[in-house]
Structure formats: C-alpha cells, structure tokens
Design a protein around this ligand. Structure first.
Ligand code: FAD
Length: 247
C-alpha cells in the first residue's frame, strides 16, 4: 500500500527523498500500486525527464522511465528487442510500465531482461547525488544494487534474435532464447522461461557450441510448467533457430 507519495521536479530532490527509510522509486507503478499489507513511500519519477530515447554512436540510450510501448514503437529499437517486449506484458501494461521498473521487477520469465542480457546492456545507476555507477545487466540482476536507475544502454551494432515456445503465441514463453552476435564473432545466448532470473548460457568468441550451451544451461530447469528434459531439448533447438535467423 502506498502511504506517502512524492513527486520531485529534480533528480537531486528525488535522491533526497530516496534516502528516507522504506521509500522506493515509482516507475509506471503497475507493480508498486498493487495492494499489499506493507506501507511504502514512493518517489514518482515522471517529472524528471528521464524518458528519452537517444542514439549515441553505436548505442541506444533508453531513459529509465521510457515506457515499454514507447521503446517498442521507436524505429531505433532493434527488432529482436521488440519481439521480447511484446511478450513481456500486454498493451495496457506496456503503455505504463517503464523499462527500469520492468528490469527491477522481472524474474526468470522476463523476455525483456533476457534480451537485454544477451545484448550485454549497461545500466546507469545514480547511487548518491554525486556518485553514479554503470553495471552490466548481468551484474545488475545478480547483485540487485540499491540506487536510482537513470538509463539503460544497448548496442545497435549487433545482430540479435529472439525465439520462443509458449502455450499460446501471446503467452510468456516456457522457454525463450535471446541471441546477440557482434562483428567480431562474439556470441551471447541467454535463456528465459524459468527461475528467478534469465540465464546467460554462453558468451563466446564465436557461435560454436551454442546448442550444447543452451541445453546445459537448463539441465535443472524443472517446474510445474515443463520438465528439465523438455526445456533442454527446446532450448537447444531455439538457439539453433536464433543463430540461423541472423546468418
Ligand atoms: C495486470 C498486470 C499484469 C502483470 N503481468 C506481469 C507479468 O506477466 N510479469 C511480470 O514480471 N510483471 C507483471 N506485472 C508487474 C508489472 O507490470 C511489471 O513488472 C512492470 O513492468 C513494472 O514496471 P513499472 O514501471 O510499472 O514498475 P513499478 O511498479 O513502478 O516498480 C517496480 C519496481 O521497480 C522499482 N523501480 C522503478 N523504477 C526504478 C528506477 N528508475 N530505479 C530503480 N528502481 C526502480 C520500484 O521501486 C519497484 O520496486 C503485471 C502487472 C499488472 C498490473
């Protein structure tokens, strides 16, 4: 339950509020506004102008309060990321949910986070008024640092693909495979559809072994939705399909 609502006009003001106990940044509020027994103070970020999308050289810099739908509709958004965003949430949620809120709230079924992880996206975090830090999305989801996310940066000079299997085309995947390949040959494969976070299955200097890496990464991926054997088999096929689609 939201007991206190702040709407700062500057980043400094927001950071001051966030030093208070039991106070969280509010992105789109689609998760934070859900009814809970605990009361929380929120700092609404919408007046801070953090919702821009900017191409900077070979990168796309996505402001933390950019909504999933704005990113999806941007001509600068890579097609594979668009596919992943469409599966992350339905249109009404995408219109409100922000990229930072989705990254923070996402679990192992998050298609958006899986694609960011494959792209080796960088997360900019304002830790205090004077300090910022930049983490890879892999470091971010492992360490879950405190602080205010201000931007997410993805590379535009990579080829990417997102392949998945789900119960219906619009359902969140039982198994999703996100793949990115750099001109150097560097190939990253991540999997989603299971567990607490998407998994980095491979980060290699070339694509060889991508199918084996996919199967190995999901050897314990058993839950009420699918067996580990099924996920291993499908992950391997999806990895092959993703690689073929960018060839
Ligand atoms: C009907 C419905 C269906 C949903 N379906 C799903 C689903 O299928 N899967 C799923 O994962 N979620 C689902 N959600 C939850 C939620 O919509 C998503 O996780 C959403 O993407 C969160 O984004 P938001 O911007 O609304 O985050 P908020 O609700 O504003 O915040 C979520 C978390 O992120 C933190 N946060 C927000 N912005 C920042 C920032 N800039 N820096 C640091 N921390 C920040 C908040 O403090 C909070 O802890 C659903 C919600 C609804 C209402």
């Amino acid at each position: 339950m939201i007991s206190t609502y702040h709407r700062p006009k500057t980043l400094d003001e927001a950071l001051d509020f966030l030093t208070q106990p039991n106070t969280l940044p509010l992105g789109g509020g689609t998760l934070l506004s859900k009814a809970t027994a605990d009361s929380v103070a929120v700092v609404d970020l919408q007046a801070l102008g953090l919702d821009s999308l900017r191409v900077n050289g070979n990168d796309l810099v996505i402001g933390s309060t950019c909504t999933l739908q704005s990113l999806l509709e941007s001509s600068d958004c890579p097609q594979a990321l668009k596919s992943a965003i469409k599966l992350e949430a339905p249109l009404n949620i995408r219109n409100t949910a922000t990229v930072a809120g989705t990254l923070v709230a996402g679990d192992g079924r998050s298609t958006f986070t899986a694609m960011l992880l494959a792209m080796d996206a960088k997360i900019e975090i304002q830790t205090t008024k004077t300090d910022t830090t930049t983490l890879s999305v892999g470091e971010f989801i492992l360490t879950r640092p405190s602080g205010l996310i201000t931007a997410i940066t993805i590379p535009l000079n990579v080829k990417s693909a997102f392949e998945y299997v789900s119960k219906t085309p619009a359902d969140k995947p039982l198994i999703g495979a996100a793949l990115s390949q750099w001109n150097s040959g560097r190939t990253r494969l991540t999997l989603c559809g299971y567990g607490k976070t998407p998994l980095l299955a491979m980060d290699g200097t070339e694509a060889e072994g991508v199918q084996e890496a996919a199967a190995n990464a999901y050897h314990e991926a058993q839950d009420e939705w699918a067996s580990a054997d099924y996920r291993m088999d499908v992950a391997s096929t999806l990895a092959k399909r993703a690689l073929e689609s960018i060839a």
